[in-house]
Ligand binder design. Sequence first.
Ligand code: NAP
Ligand code: MG
Length: 399
Amino acid sequence: MEKIKMTTPIVEIDGDEMTRIMWQMVKEELILPHVELKSEYYDLGLLHRNDTDDQITVEAAEAALKYGVALKCATITANAQRMVEYPQLKKMYRSPNATIRSIMGGTIFREPILIDAVKPIVRNWKKPITIARHAYGDVYKAVELYTEEKGSGSLYFRAETGEEKEILAYQADGPAIWQLQHNSEESIRAFARSCFTYALSEKKDLWFSSKDTISTVYDGRFKAIFEEEFAPFREQFKENGITYFYTLIDDAVSRVMRSEGGFIWACKNYDGDVMSDMLSTCFGSLAMMTSVLVTPEGQYEYEAAHGTVTRHYYRYLKGEETSTNPVATIFVWANGLRKRGELDGNKALMEFGQRLKDATLDTLNAGIMTNDLILLCEDKDHFRSVTTAEFIHEVASRL
Ligand code: NAP
Ligand code: MG
């Protein structure tokens, strides 16, 4: 069979640990036999980030903006424990995702992959709930300080004109912790526009939530900007029978639990981080959550929502065959190639992406699954638990 040709390269961003192993397996067994892969490769493995003083991460993000479609493997975010584990690290590097997001901007949409055998924990959920996470600022871009002395802290702003503003935050009479968050109006507007655009293209209702009753200036601004950006979309929403709905974050949480799903929930950065983990757990496994960063200009970065699955990696290193779930990783390749095909008018590549997803779902619906999913099935006897390698073979044979 002739392999499918590509005109524009995809940006391939490699990562760490178990997901790096799965990345290679998926590529070799499911992609390369069928596609003459054109990819611009960026190795974001922790040690290579260290070798390049993290420049490689910046370059990967810039390539994603240039080419428009990037596929990313999960990566280690360095922390105190990793500094001990990898003594050669020159510094505690920032999360690669945070670096990429701050360069690309845009919005992350996360959607669970539903299969027949795994019923959502929340019984009334019938359709997937897509979470849109604002990918810039707030606590992820905050500066923090720990002080031991008595003293006062304030929020201070100096305008370029020289005008100054200062608000006393707290008078500390002992050790205290401080944090200064920010966001930019431009980023919030872009977030709102991506959400309205995506809701329209998916023909799904859009919810947005924040805490503007407590945070009247910060969250209040988010609410007002969404309202303003909705204006040009209002008519099209009506024509498509979809709605935009704003409510407080705590009210949204209780409404989400009572809903049947099928909508997009736009969240601020931290809410999106936390709520997407809750949703993925309720819908099945974190391993069944897909994620895509979409810029308002229409560039896409696909990734699995889960991390590098460290515990499985250590077992793999000991020579054990693990049953790590590669479904989200397969969907990264499938969705990314499909989007590349769509943007290039390459029908064969688009179809291949869809077939890869279908073959994966067929495998799962035939009862062949990794262990994390078996544990979630009610009638365990009807399902066959397989290793990662076996699962990928099964998908390959259906593909
Ligand atoms: P994790 O890698 O998502 O794994 C947490 C646990 O969830 C695993 O130990 C495993 O549970 C289960 N799990 C996750 N994905 C799975 C899969 N595909 N198949 C089967 N089980 C799966 O999160 P973490 O342990 O908190 O983080 C590990 C590393 O990943 C950290 O260095 C973190 O910085 C990084 N991380 C990267 C990203 C990213 O690049 N997007 C996101 C999150 C975390 P059991 O062990 O019980 O089987
Ligand atoms: Mg999270």
